[in-house]
Unconditional design. Structure first.
Length: 142
């Protein structure tokens, strides 16, 4: 299993569009941007709704249950900060509550060979520092 304990990740820098996402993650909540005009849920956050071009956008909590939409296995240490975790799985997750909104993450607490398209996953939160907590995923129980 990948050893993430020695990985020193680049720390995300929230901006005006992503700050609500990071604020929620810090509280252990996965919150995505939703359009108040048409109800569309999107990720990553944008200045406008990608469906109706509406600008009345808010962030709302979503359940962290979803499926692996795509994945790649990192076998090489292009970025030395990730060396201890190689090989590891980078996954793209489609949430049950937000079809079409895709989150990039790592598959944690499982061998990288467990990453398969369609496999059920659930969110978990990896605290990177006092300000940033990263939503990650593990295989769903059951
Ligand atoms: Zn909309």
């Amino acid at each position: 299993m990948s050893d993430w304990s020695k990985v020193t990740r680049p720390i995300p820098v929230p901006n005006e569009w992503t700050k609500p996402f990071w604020d929620a993650a810090k509280q252990g909540v996965l919150a995505l941007q939703r359009c108040r005009s048409c109800g569309h849920v999107q990720h990553p956050p944008y200045a406008t709704c990608t469906q109706c071009i509406g600008v009345d956008l808010t962030f709302e909590p979503v359940r962290g249950a979803g499926t692996i939409y795509a994945y790649t296995i990192m076998y090489h240490t292009g970025d030395k900060r990730f060396a201890s975790a190689v090989p590891y799985a980078s996954i793209v997750v489609e949430l049950d509550d937000a079809p079409g909104a895709l989150l990039a993450a790592n598959l944690l607490d499982a061998d990288y060979t467990e990453a398969k398209v369609g496999r059920r996953v659930e969110v978990m939160f990896e605290q990177l520092n006092d300000d940033i907590t990263l939503p990650q995923f593990r295989l769903a129980a059951g």
